[in-house]
Design a protein around this ligand. Structure first.
Ligand SMILES: [Zn+2]
Length: 226
């Protein structure tokens, strides 16, 4: 974060798939990601949040070298001086990569602890992937698990979304804060977790008017953070 202003992030298009074996998708995904990163760096944007994509049945282990190789080359091409690549955890639909915290750890490890790569924790995706966040206790346990597996030092940003669908549903359906299956208690716990005190929380919710993140969702978070 730069002093005097809030952090800014790009969110890369969902078309990116670094995990595919498809020879056409790969180079385009890699160059798209490099393009975002180079632009972010020029504009003073703090990072580029992206979804790794789907391995389409080959399995995570088999896809891992390809994924991290493409990330490495995107970093080389963009050569960012300040912007970071931020791997977002996934809801777990299909063969998507990043549903388990261990997969994020494995990608960070394969990149040799490159400081230009960190992670984004999406509450809806974690919940859909089976990490409970509904109570003070389960929210703390999920952040304990993230701390143990990924490490809070690599947690750059939280995507703050309730989930329309249930725990472990593997569906990526965001809901307004407190209006979904996670509910207010879990968000209150996250907002009070000292490990997340310096981490920006970004809303990606449908909004009460259906127009996206709105003042009402912010007001709910402020009330829960009080
Ligand atoms: Zn997200």
């Amino acid at each position: 974060m730069t002093a005097g202003r809030p952090p800014f992030y790009f969110h890369a298009v969902y078309l990116i798939n670094l995990a595919s074996d498809d020879g056409k998708v790969n180079p385009r995904s890699e160059s798209t990601l490099a393009g975002y990163l180079a632009a972010a760096d020029r504009l003073g944007i703090d990072g580029v949040i992206f979804h790794v994509g789907s391995h389409r049945g080959t399995g995570f282990e088999a896809a891992l070298p390809g994924i991290t190789g493409r990330m490495q080359r995107a970093l080389e091409r963009a050569d960012p001086k300040r912007s970071r690549l931020l791997i977002e955890n996934n809801a777990g639909a299909g063969d998507s990569v990043g549903r388990r915290f261990e997969e994020i750890r494995a990608m960070l490890d394969a990149l040799g602890g490159d400081q230009r790569v960190r992670a984004c924790f999406d509450t809806c995706h974690a919940f859909a992937s089976g990490y409970d966040l509904r109570t003070e206790e389960t929210a703390r346990q999920t952040i304990d698990e993230w701390e143990r597996v990924v490490g809070v030092d690599t947690l750059e940003v939280v995507h703050t979304n309730d989930s329309l669908t249930g725990l472990g549903s593997n569906r990526d359906r965001h809901a307004n804060i407190g209006q979904g299956e996670i509910g207010e208690e879990g968000f209150r716990a996250l907002l009070h977790d000292p490990r997340l005190a310096k981490v920006p929380f970004i809303l990606e919710v449908p909004g009460f008017e259906g127009l996206g993140p709105d003042a009402e969702n912010v007001a709910i978070l402020r009330r829960l953070a009080a």
